[in-house]
Design a binder for this molecule. Structure first.
Ligand code: MN
Length: 128
């Protein structure tokens, strides 16, 4: 059985949108509402993929990504950044922080699902 997809996002509406789309597609999900919670939960729930909002209270998505990529226990978990910022150079900034992929808001569900499938196809399912 495959591990969950961890969604780290502070806005309840975005959380619901992403969670509902993934659950309806057949994935298991876990949720955290800021970067600090997300880093803790990533170590506890062994996710196969992380969807990471960038702008969050307590700890933002870039800092959380840097922490996860600096820890041998979590560095292999792919991270897709979700960002409202659509400025040029953003993709380089999130990749420099260690994110493996990038999805700009507003989130289009077809794009989200396609990107998730691409990432999960590239790695073996984690049994638990
Ligand atoms: Mn946010």
């Amino acid at each position: 059985m495959m591990g969950p997809i961890l969604i780290i996002e502070d806005e309840p509406r975005n959380m619901k949108l992403v969670r509902d789309a993934l659950v309806l597609t057949g994935y298991k999900t876990e949720e955290a509402y800021n970067g600090e919670e997300g880093v803790k939960l990533a170590k506890a729930c062994n996710p196969v993929l992380i969807l990471m909002d960038l702008q969050m209270p307590v700890m933002d998505g870039l800092e959380a990504t840097q922490k996860l990529k600096a820890d041998p226990a979590t560095l292999n978990i792919p991270i897709i950044a979700l960002t409202a910022l659509a400025m040029k150079g953003d993709e380089e900034r999130v990749r420099a922080a260690g994110c493996d992929g990038y999805l700009s808001k507003p989130i289009r569900l077809s794009e989200l699902k396609e990107l998730v499938r691409q990432f999960l196809d590239g790695q073996p399912a984690i049994s638990n």
